[in-house]
Structure formats: structure tokens, C-alpha cells
Design a binder for this molecule. Structure first.
Ligand SMILES: [Fe+2]
Length: 495
């Protein structure tokens, strides 16, 4: 038996396949196949690619309870979405999936699929799980005790929570919209802007939006904020810094509660808010060990749903779980391009499951010197204030960065760290002196071998890493995408 996990119907559709040994055979994003950013629907391409990994029959597991969600939508005065699985998944997709499917479609509580995506991929046998997102069916914050029973089945006990419309994620999205960015998409830009502002509006935001009770909001932020909230002249960078400060305060409140109520000092953290790598630096103040699955948002829930179907601990190796571009990792060609052109694209092996490129669909560059940031920005054409991320051989991280407390590594680029030598690497250091670090562990991945070779030849254990994508499109997935990228930007993409 195999277990197909599906998240779709709202945003960021994903599909995952787990077999009855607990191996993750496939996990991918629909957007990479349809080329439509944040595609909410499964598309034929991802279904075909996922089914290539299935031998024998499978069960379908869906990442939330449509009926519960419809109740919340009715309560909120919205039109309820569809709750028949055929309407949600699509008639043609259902027919494709019917080929080898057995049994009914299982549905799971949204926050429990976040919890499962985290806990069942984590190295822990026992953990306190915290989920913070915009909204599940009704849940917006939940804390769970998670462990395995004597037969190895995961057990989840919810010990605290907050429900719609009290939502940290919705507040952050409302602030994203307030500064003219796209909510449910560009929250990461708001986070990057925070370093340029002063948190002068934090008290006003707190007074206007929050009651004196723990994590209770005065207003329903699902509908956003007025365009002139905090005044029409308010500086956007200051709004960003204030939104970040208030968010971090709320996250700390949740973590303190989880530490007090939870049964373990191992933290598993999930939900879209767990992508806020600036806020994540505080997690180690409350917990000894931290695990965030590389895809903690809703697309990652496809893996959570499959994990709940399987029931036990999954075998977690790395995040390279999507579409495969066959062939050896092109180390020689990449190194040559780095020496001659300072930057190069790579599209090799299996695509990353999650929003960050980790070396298989990356634009890599020599991080040394002042010119490289502008050079990479010519291609990425993104806001100049945003720096790029460094990837570093894990054993060298302490020489170049001060990792936050209890963050032993950052293999999936999930936390910021203060750079010790910012003058050497201006392209990878933010205005506040921090970098969003990816530590590359000693494993058999292509990116590890490449970085070792780069270090041997240059003495520098760091490369600049940003996602390989055509502007406005999702990350490159297959070789056709890579060819289009090469043509458009006149930059070699090695496979
Ligand atoms: Fe969610």
C-alpha cells in the first residue's frame, strides 16, 4: 500500500507519496509543473510525475476537513467553498488518480497535518509541536504533545489552541497588504524590509489590534486593514519593523506557553509562520532542540496527510523529493563557470520540496567582493535592499556566523545568523548584519561535493545561493525551464 497526500483548493497545491516502509517517494508542488505561482489546483503534470513512483494500490489522504472549513466560512459571512472531493480535486484528476486507488478519501484536520509533516519527519521520538499559520479550518494556533506508541504509531494530543479570527499569520498578511505587497505571497519581503525600519508603531499596533487576553485579537484581519492604518504617511520600512516586532512578541508568547504546557524540550514547529526565519532565532530560548520541516506551509501538508495515512515515523533523508533531472551533479562545469563568470545556474537531480532552493535548482555565485550582488540582481531584478543567502560547509559555520541559541545547523535555510565577516561578503549580509544561512551537511548530495571542491580550490567554504527562476515564475523544474532561463538571461544552467 502507498499513501498519496494531497493539499489543494486554496493555495500552493502539493502532492506527496509515501510507501508502506515509510520512504518518501515523491513530494512536489503543483506550481512547478503548471508554471503558475502558488497554483491552488493539482495539475496533470504533477499527478503523472507522482504516479511514476507508485507501484501497487494507494490510499488518498487530504490535508483538511472541507466540512469544518465550510462552517468557518459560513460563520465569517463568506460563501462556503466546495466540499465534495471531486469538485476540490477536479474531475479529470480524480479519473487519473482512480487508476490504482482503493477505498475512500481520508480527510485530516489541517493543523494535525502540519503537526504530522513536522513530527513524523523529525529526528525526535517525542516532541512539543507548535503550529502557527493564517488559518486552518478553524484553528490558527495549536500546541500538541506528540510521541509514538509501542507499535510505532504517532500519537497527537492537542493541549492548547486559538481559533479564527485570532491569527498571527493573518495579522502578518494584513501588514504585508498594508505596505502594498501581495498577501499570501510576499510576506518574506515584508520580513526583509524590517531591517531598514524602526519599530515605532509596535505599541499602536498592539493597542489597536490585540486585547489584554493572551493572543486574542480585537479585529478580524481576514479582510485586511485600512489603507491608511497607522496613517497614510507612515514609512513602510517602519511598518515592517513594527509588524515584525509585534509578531515576534506573539510568537514568544506561544513558545513560552508551549514550553510550559508541553511534555518535551524538543520543538517541532510548523505552519506558514514558521517560514519567518528572522523570528525563528528566538526558538532556542525556549527549547533545546528544534525541527522545522523544509516545507512547513500548506504545500507541506500534502506530506503531513500522507504521513498520517502511513501512521509511523517517516524515513527522512533530505528535501530533494520533486521532479528528477537525471544525471550526475555537474560539478566540473559549475566550478568552471564560477571561476570564469562568477555565477552559474544549476538544475540537476530532484527538485526541492519547499520554497527554498537548496542547490538542485539554484543560481550560485562567488560571494566574495562588492560587485556580485548587483550582478546577480541584474538577473533576479528584485528589490536592491534584499541580500542573497549563503550556503556554507556545515563544519565551518561557527567561523563565519554566530548561530542563534540551540540552532545546531540550518540545513533548510530556516534561521538568520549574525555574519562575523560582513566586509568580506557584502552580497550575503543584510542591513542588520545577519544572513539567512544554509548549512550543508556531510552527506552524499551533489551540492555537498560541489562546495567541498569550491573550498579546496579557493579556501572559501561559502557560495551565494538564490533560487533559479524566471522573474514572475515559480522555480525552474525541468530541463525545458532551464533552457528558457538560459535563453532569456544568457547565463549557463548546468545539468
Ligand atoms: Fe496551514
Amino acid at each position: 500500500m502507498n499513501y498519496l497526500g494531497i493539499s489543494c483548493g486554496f493555495h500552493d497545491a502539493g502532492l506527496s507519496v509515501v510507501n508502506d516502509k515509510g520512504e518518501i517517494l515523491f513530494a512536489g508542488h503543483s506550481e512547478r509543473y503548471s508554471k503558475y505561482k502558488h497554483d491552488k489546483d493539482l495539475c496533470p503534470g504533477i499527478i503523472k510525475d507522482a504516479l511514476r513512483h507508485v507501484s501497487g494500490s494507494f490510499e488518498l489522504h487530504y490535508y483538511e476537513k472541507p466540512w469544518l472549513k465550510a462552517i468557518r466560512q459560513l460563520r465569517a459571512g463568506q460563501r462556503p467553498g466546495p466540499f465534495s472531493m471531486t469538485s476540490i480535486i477536479g474531475q479529470a484528476n480524480m479519473e487519473e488518480l482512480a487508476i490504482k486507488r482503493t477505498g475512500k478519501i481520508h480527510t485530516h484536520v489541517h493543523h494535525m497535518t502540519h503537526a504530522a509533516a513536522g513530527f513524523q519527519t523529525s529526528p525526535f521520538d517525542k516532541a512539543t509541536v507548535v503550529v502557527i499559520d493564517a488559518i486552518g479550518e478553524l484553528d490558527s494556533i495549536s500546541i500538541w504533545d506528540a510521541s509514538y506508541d509501542s507499535n510505532g504509531y504517532a500519537q497527537y494530543k492537542k493541549i492548547w489552541g486559538r481559533k479564527y479570527p485570532n491569527s498571527i499569520g493573518m495579522m502578518y498578511s494584513a501588514m504585508t497588504k498594508r505596505v502594498g505587497l501581495k498577501p499570501m505571497d510576499e510576506e518574506y519581503i515584508l520580513m526583509g524590509m524590517a531591517a531598514y525600519g524602526k519599530p515605532i508603531y509596535s505599541d499602536i499596533i498592539t493597542d489597536e489590534l490585540l486585547t489584554d487576553d493572551v493572543l486574542e485579537f480585537k479585529r478580524n484581519l481576514h479582510i485586511g486593514l485600512e489603507d491608511d492604518f497607522l496613517g497614510s504617511e507612515a514609512n513602510h520600512m517602519d511598518i515592517a519593523a513594527s509588524a515584525q516586532e509585534v509578531t515576534e512578541h506573539l510568537i514568544k508568547t506561544v513558545m513560552a506557553k508551549a514550553r510550559y504546557l508541553g511534555h518535551s524540550r524538543n520543538l517541532v514547529y510548523g505552519g506558514g509562520v514558521a517560514l519567518n526565519c528572522l523570528a525563528n532565532r528566538v526558538l532556542g530560548d525556549y527549547f533545546d532542540n528544534i525541527w522545522i520541516v523544509p516545507n512547513p506551509g500548506d504545500a507541506g501538508n500534502s506530506l503531513g496527510a500522507a504521513a498520517l495515512g502511513y501512521g509511523k515515523k517517516l524515513i527522512w533523508k533530505d528535501a530533494f523529493l520533486g521532479h528528477n533531472i537525471e544525471g550526475e551533479y555537474p560539478i566540473d562545469n559549475v566550478i568552471n563557470e564560477l571561476h570564469t563568470n562568477k555565477m552559474v545556474g544549476v538544475a540537476s537531480g530532484r527538485a526541492e520540496f519547499g520554497p527554498r532552493a537548496l542547490g538542485n535548482r539554484s543560481l550560485l555565485a562567488d560571494p566574495r567582493g562588492p560587485e556580485i550582488k548587483d550582478k546577480v540582481n541584474e538577473i533576479k531584478r528584485r528589490q536592491k535592499f534584499r541580500p542573497f543567502a549563503p550556503m556554507i560547509l556545515e563544519e565551518h559555520v561557527d567561523m563565519y556566523f554566530d548561530m542563534p541559541r540551540n540552532w545546531k545547523d540550518s540545513r533548510y535555510m530556516q534561521v538568520i545568523a549574525r555574519c562575523r565577516q560582513p566586509d568580506l561578503f557584502p552580497a550575503i549580509v543584510h542591513a542588520d548584519g545577519t544572513s539567512r544561512v544554509q548549512t550543508v551537511p556531510k552527506d552524499d548530495s551533489g551540492i555537498r561535493k560541489l562546495l567541498e571542491r569550491w573550498y579546496d580550490e579557493t579556501g572559501c567554504p561559502i557560495l551565494l545561493n538564490t533560487s533559479l527562476n524566471i522573474r514572475g515564475e515559480p522555480m525552474v523544474d525541468d530541463r525545458n525551464d532551464a533552457d528558457r532561463f538560459e535563453k532569456l538571461y544568457n547565463l549557463t544552467v548546468c545539468s
